[in-house]
Design a binder for this molecule. Structure first.
Ligand SMILES: O=c1ccn([C@H]2C[C@H](O)[C@@H](COP(=O)(O)OP(=O)(O)OP(=O)(O)O)O2)c(=O)[nH]1
Ligand SMILES: [Mg+2]
Length: 156
């Protein structure tokens, strides 16, 4: 997609000291749904994730998600397929009013230790619109053809 007049919503980022020198999160291709997030671990202190273990990996940035949007932190399929590395809480939710450092909760479901080095693209983040609703308690729900049927009620 060529963007002649960029009317996309703006994502403001604040770089933290541990993010010094890291590339900004970026779309790797013109039609990518997600921006890759990079690990802000220290160069001389890579993080090793043992099989079955989880870790919160810093990204080095505070994000200001535009109002009316959220960010979803999702695994990268390559890391999942090759190494069994995925996001434990997938999709992670970044609220638009969150002003802390964005972190990625990785888990190693593989059978080898996995080393996370500085700048490694560890996850991807999709910006998506969200709707907040008004909550109203009512005494009886409306009737539908499905009714309470679920969990396979329509057959295989
Ligand atoms: O993968 C994630 C998930 C969450 N967060 C941050 C941003 C998000 O806005 C905040 C809260 O996340 P969530 O609502 O999922 O966690 P919670 O357990 O409900 O915490 P809280 O009580 O702070 O909402 O934590 C991350 O940095 N990475
Ligand atoms: Mg919450």
């Amino acid at each position: 997609m060529t963007i002649h007049n960029d009317i996309r919503p703006q994502l403001n980022l604040v770089r933290l000291p541990n993010g010094e020198g890291l590339d900004l999160p970026s779309y790797e291709t013109s039609g990518a749904a997600g921006m890759d997030l990079r690990a802000a671990v220290a160069v001389n202190e890579p993080m090793t994730l043992a099989p079955g273990k989880r870790a919160l990996v810093p990204t080095g940035f505070i994000f200001e998600i535009p109002d009316g949007y959220e960010a979803q932190v999702r695994p990268r399929s390559g890391l999942a397929f090759k190494h069994g590395i995925t996001c434990l809480n997938t999709p992670g939710t970044i609220d638009s009013d969150y002003r802390g450092e964005v972190k990625v909760l990785l888990v190693n479901l593989g059978d080898e230790p996995f080393e996370i080095t500085r700048g490694m693209r560890i996850a991807q983040m999709v910006i998506a619109p969200v709707t907040q609703v008004r909550v109203a308690e009512i005494s009886e729900s409306s009737s539908t053809a499905r009714g309470a049927g679920g969990f396979g009620s329509t057959g295989a």
